[in-house]
Design a protein around this ligand. Structure first.
Ligand SMILES: C[S@@+](CC[C@H](N)C(=O)[O-])C[C@H]1O[C@@H](n2cnc3c(N)ncnc32)[C@H](O)[C@@H]1O
Length: 323
């Protein structure tokens, strides 16, 4: 399955999906143990790299439900897989997966749930989306750019202490207080409207620096995580995930930074504890509480990281529902 080609589904599919290279594709597919006739959920469709490979493995059987909150991803899903009967796209936040699963009748029946977290390459690369300090554009950063507050709107109204906390907690930015002060001082003179403006402002703030990354890297990550509520969405979907999976169903999560991976690691560890005899739950109750067991952890090979620098920081964790 490592070489799954989406082209058989529609003539435009390969081009639609070429702008984002799926990370840890073979490992995620093997971890999900796709079986014909199964029900699978891709919570992060993006450009459909993983979805295409899951559909290929399903070979026309079962169902794949894909979600993405980004309207552009929805448009690509439509173009790539409109004619595939077992593919269903839902323009939803994966934080709402429990509600969606109830609506479509798949609660407790999902054989595999994949989450490939963060932003896709096209989101980063399209200046208009405002995610990147390398491409000047409006300071937006919303994955769902039809709803909610943009980064520019938040930076125009947030308190200095709130900005500093976001930069520190979601970006592990050691210079958070000085950067927040500079933002508040600057916006008093003129609003911050573009990614280049914000990147230059951050670069101008003196303080501790890593020479390996652009001075704005951590702040941009932090603001993006905050604007999209990324960590709370992850916590919501994980808290529902075990009960959504069928017995033996697999969870596969690809994280790109330690904040995400820590949440996933702890969730799997805590969920596995329930079934541990040392945990103290009465044996006759253990089978009634859904639990996971950790299965495996994967990192990209050197070859994948060389070919796709975005893969470098990725880690994939696989867990299985055991009861
Ligand atoms: C890394 S990309 C996924 C790439 C995809 N696996 C592929 O191979 O093309 C992450 C995608 O998940 C979406 N996303 C992130 N958080 C989300 C959430 N809470 N709900 C729905 N979609 C989300 C983003 O909009 C983005 O399109």
């Amino acid at each position: 399955m490592a070489n799954a080609s989406p082209a058989r589904y529609s003539t435009g599919a390969a081009e639609e999906m070429s702008s984002h290279r799926p990370v840890l594709l073979a490992e995620a597919l093997a971890g999900l143990t796709i079986r014909p006739g199964g029900i699978y959920v891709d919570g992060t469709f993006g450009r459909g790299g993983h979805s295409g490979a899951i559909l290929e493995a399903l070979n026309g059987t079962g169902a794949l439900h894909a979600l993405d909150r980004d309207p552009d991803a929805g448009r690509h899903a439509w173009k790539a897989f409109a004619k595939v009967p077992n593919f269903h796209f839902h323009a939803r936040n994966f934080a709402e997966l429990a509600a969606l699963a109830d609506e479509i009748g798949i609660t407790g029946r999902i054989d595999g749930l994949l989450l490939d977290l963060g932003v896709s390459s096209p989101q980063f690369d399209e200046a208009q989306r405002g995610f990147s300090f390398s491409h000047d554009g409006p300071l937006d950063m919303r994955m769902d750019n039809a709803n909610g507050e943009s980064a520019a709107e938040w930076l125009a109204r947030a308190k200095e202490s709130e900005i500093a906390d976001v930069l520190f907690h979601f970006g592990e930015e050691r210079n958070s207080r000085r950067i927040a002060k500079k933002i508040v001082d600057t916006r008093g003179e003129a609003p911050l409207k573009t990614t280049a403006q914000l990147a230059a402002l951050i670069a101008s703030v003196p303080g501790p620096r890593s020479f390996k990354i652009h001075p704005a890297t951590r702040s941009f990550q932090a603001i993006r995580i905050h604007i999209n509520g990324e960590l709370s969405a992850l916590e919501s979907v994980l808290s529902a995930a075990t009960g959504l999976l069928a017995s033996g169903g697999r969870l596969a999560v690809i994280s790109f930074h330690s904040l995400e991976d820590r949440i996933v690691k702890r969730f799997i560890r805590d969920s596995a504890k329930v079934a541990d005899p040392g945990y103290g739950m009465k044996p006759d109750l253990v089978s009634t509480v859904p639990a996971l067991k950790p299965v495996s952890r994967h990192f990209p090979s050197d070859a994948e990281s060389d070919e796709n620098p975005r893969a470098r920081s990725a880690v994939l964790r696989i867990a299985e529902r055991i009861n």
